[in-house]
Design a protein around this ligand. Sequence first.
Ligand SMILES: [Fe+2]
Length: 296
Amino acid sequence: MEGQLYAPLVTLDGGEVVVQLGADHPGVGDPDYRARRNSIASLALGWTEGEPMPVARYSEDEHEIWRVVSLELERKHERFACRAAREGRALIDLPSDHIPQLTDVTAALAPLTGFTYLPAAGLVALREFYGALADRRFWSTQYIRHHSVPLYTPEPDIVHEVIGHAVTLAEPTFAELYVAAGRAARRVESLESLEFVSKVFWFSLEFGVVHEDDGPKAYGAGLLSSYGEIEEFVHADLRPLDIARMGVQTYDITHYQPVLFAAESWQQVRDDVGGFFEAANDESIARLRHDSRVGA
Ligand SMILES: [Fe+2]
């Protein structure tokens, strides 16, 4: 997941990496957890392109969190995930009894859509995060949420990256949307346009909803990986998919999203969201921004 929701990192004079958890983070008062977070962030910071992926040695407690969350989300996906996401889930061979390493995720995606997972210590700059998607590369965090609240995380963790994103990246029509988003991010020049692309991504591949025969379903990774929000989104203000609006809609990452955009069909997601990403440039986005003001 992109954005401002990552805990900042600082590197001390001696080279020690410190993840600065917020005061209300469930793990903030747990020295063992904080040490884990620091060591996992160091792994990613110490990695350079071309080297083998860093392996995070997860504890038994951490694997147990994965077992709990993946079982609960599997049940929820049966009811609330869109068809394409359920197909992705059926295609990808992911463990339910232990946290997969990034190399395992890459190996599982390779024969399906060719995506590679790369280690991110925390926030990755917008243009780098999205641009990498054009090359079928996905920057992923490796840490897992705090064990005191296995079904909640204030930040994107390995559960989000894998059970939200990898499951969808496994399905070819989803993968094409991600790649197209990456191309859009590379094509646009102004920061304003890049932020518009990022917001369309947020309201589609992170928090998108699609109507299916038996009701609205989640297709965004943020919904698919959230134990609570995957059920609650049906109570959000579900608006028709509208690229001009999506690109300027504000959001607050600390609460369930009050406004979401729901497509009439998966085909509409492919046509409208995919079509936007395929063709977006600074001029077309300027027109969409103008339309969003005129229609307001
Ligand atoms: Fe995400």
